[in-house]
Write a protein that binds this ligand. Sequence first.
Ligand code: NAD
Length: 359
Amino acid sequence: MKATIALLPGDGIGPEVCAEARKLLVAVATRFGHQFEISEGLIGGCAIDACGDPLPAETLARCREADGVLLGAVGGPRWSDPNAKVRPEQGLLRLRAALGVYANLRPVVPHPEVARQSPIKSKLLRNVDVLFVRELTGGSYFGAKRREGDAAIDECRYTVGEIERVTRQAARLARQRRGKLTHVDKANVLETSRLWRATVSRILRDEFPEVTLEHVLVDAMAMYLLTRPASFDVILTENLFGDILTDESAVLAGSMGLLPSASLGEDGRGLYEPIHGSAPDIAGRGIANPYATLLSVAMLLRHSLKLEAEARAIERAVRQALDDGVWTADLRRRGAVCTRDAGDAVLARLTATAEAAAA
Ligand code: NAD
């Protein structure tokens, strides 16, 4: 197939991990007979430096034309003044809004060997395979913000339509998986949560009767994620709760460097990025873990290009590299490999997998 992919490396370790993603895309195209046109654009701090805008019009146009967008990370101490008029993360928020990507998917599947590094007991991590679906373009992050006297106000607003569309995404995914949806809210206190609960219940009852639904309060969920993570399949929640719970779930995987994400809209196009930030403490040293970005490539191929076999081949190759002990410095102190070697290890295993599939 022919596809255009916008690649936005961004700041810090973004360019380092995206270089490995580019190599992987080229390898997938060669191995599986596709034509991927990769067009690079500026976003975040580097875009502020180049033209004063964290999301230049040219970058946005490239993303709109592309079949999928892959982003590294934005931000860093150089642009972190909270009073600055333009900030790197504004570029990312504007891009999400402009592309209309309202459903943020974050799979968490701890690798058995890496899971030993987690502060959570290994036996609790057995069979953990969770998919978070976080609403991404509503709630208090996007509501009106203002000061009144000595008070500060962040409005949290959700419409029925916003809840319905993300619920359908989550329920469809639950149906393709183990058929269970856990909806997380704070319906004992918040009016928006009561609307969420009523809407999610109606959609599931009317349109997805085969999916089992449970509602869990967010404070309890913060605990259950660490005490019984294997009991969840798809977890659906609003923007702020999702932001916090998905970062908490990174503990289950053993490192931020292993977790990919996809942000999807209505038309199948999406924005794909590792969940980690620009890691300024290790940027420029070539030691960042590229696996989260490579797994984000797999999600791009699956959700935007509908290339399921290719996506699975990448996931298998990353798993095999981890099985074989190809671990970066975030996972082990001694014998750690550099970013480039980790990327090459995945390419080598992808090659082997593709050849085995063709044989
Ligand atoms: P971070 O995710 O960048 O780093 C947290 C810790 O994890 C650091 O010790 C870092 O070295 C480590 N780490 C992260 N990714 C890693 C990888 N791939 N391999 C090895 N180690 C890795 O979070 P932070 O330090 O809170 O934020 C740094 C900057 O990134 C800030 O400017 C923040 O605003 C920005 N940020 C951007 C995004 C994004 O672009 N989506 C997300 C979060 C934070």
